[in-house]
Design a protein around this ligand. Sequence first.
Ligand code: ADP
Length: 487
Amino acid sequence: MNHKIIELIRQILIKTILPLRKKREEFLSNFRFSIVFRISLNYFRLLIFYGALFMVLFSLLFLGMETNHYLSIGDNLVKGLTASHPQLEDTLDSYGDKNHTINPYKDQGLNLRITNLQTKELLYNDIDFDITDKKSFFHHIFYDKGKSTNGLIFYTTRTYEINENNYNVYFQFNLTENSMDLMHLLPGMILIYLFIVYLILHSGKKGNAKLFSIMKTMSATANRLTVNNLHSERLNVAGTKSELKDLAITINGMLDRIETSYESQKQFVSDASHELRTPISVIQGYANLLNRWGKKDETVMEEAIEAIQIESKEMQDLVEKLLFLSRHDKKTLKLKKAKFNMCEIVEDMVKETKLVITNRIIRSSKLEDVIVYGDKQALKQAIRVFIDNAVKYTKDNDVIQISCENQDGDCVITVSDTGIGMTRKDIDNIFERFYRSDHVRNEKISGNGLGLSIAKLIILKHTGRIKVRSQYTKGSTFIITIPKRIY
Ligand code: ADP
């Protein structure tokens, strides 16, 4: 039942509040409010709400204090009445006029009625009007309609035991004057409070504006940013730290990364164009040669056609590698993974190489079965790079060792050679795109410096690692590890 009512209320709220909210948002979206203004508005709302709450609590506290004050006076009065006679009745009799002389505080708004609880006899009463029968939520507070002015009157009842007699004393406190004092005080307090609210908002607005000034600087800097000043323009992060400063630092970090990536893209395009220029000019040269002499001279024609074939093959190879690298990075390279025995792949590659390359001593001492979970074609492409390099960077009769080992489930492929080797600087840079060692360039060994970049990309995508050991003029060893996949 309860659940149904809650659900009903929920539905009603959804049908009434939500459209209203939507309309309000639509309406507000026509305006542009600054963040500083909205913060001030929020604080204004809070200050007014809590200010009003404070006023109410203050008033209640004030009236509570006054009530306690009256109560202690009444208490002392009743206790004082028993000082001269043992029985309260005797004291009251001694006053003669029961109704008015014993209460000197009547003019100050304190009235009382004393009844003997045992005999039910009314001993004293100076109350002109009784409010006890007024039943309402605020039954302590009421306005006396019988008088010309409205009054605020509280009452309470207490029982006193005096000389084994129980007396019920009913007190009434007229707090009309006190409340009037409060009413006179409140407007002044409200005015002062509003002035304080104004001061808080005014100085707060200044502080907030200062705090948010960084946003203006940020948007101005962002507006100035172009690819040409990407290296020099950064957001100002001086001064005290705050969330906005953190944001500026984060954006600066992002700009740094964009700059690095932009620079490397630029470098890539420039290197790629540079690499393509050589084969194109060679092809052009031979085409011109053909044009001038080749029609008549058969040897020139053959030489030119062969050169054009070689160069265009190299160009094709280069363009394919460029496309691979520009299309894929560690995140975008998609692999078709499956389980296969790496040993078979390496064995096939060794056989193929031995068939084609006859002037190198190719050995494959250790070929162990090892199951790898990965992209067969991609891994083949990567390992081919190391074997091709070993062939390219060795001389006749140099030894090339290729092995495939199963090390506790990890696949470790080693390609080592006794070729030209590398310097420290080369080892540090060979995985950079287009990097080729100076002596390789000088000796005009074919290549474009992209093979190892592609191989690294593929191996890393298989969570693998590549280790390089090399000694200049002595030879190099590449150790590729593809870790076992835990199922
Ligand atoms: P490329 O072989 O087409 O130049 P790579 O990226 O495959 O491009 O290799 C980059 C460079 O690393 C080579 O130019 C060469 O200087 C060096 N390098 C790679 N493998 C070997 C090797 N086995 N022996 C000596 N140097 C090597």
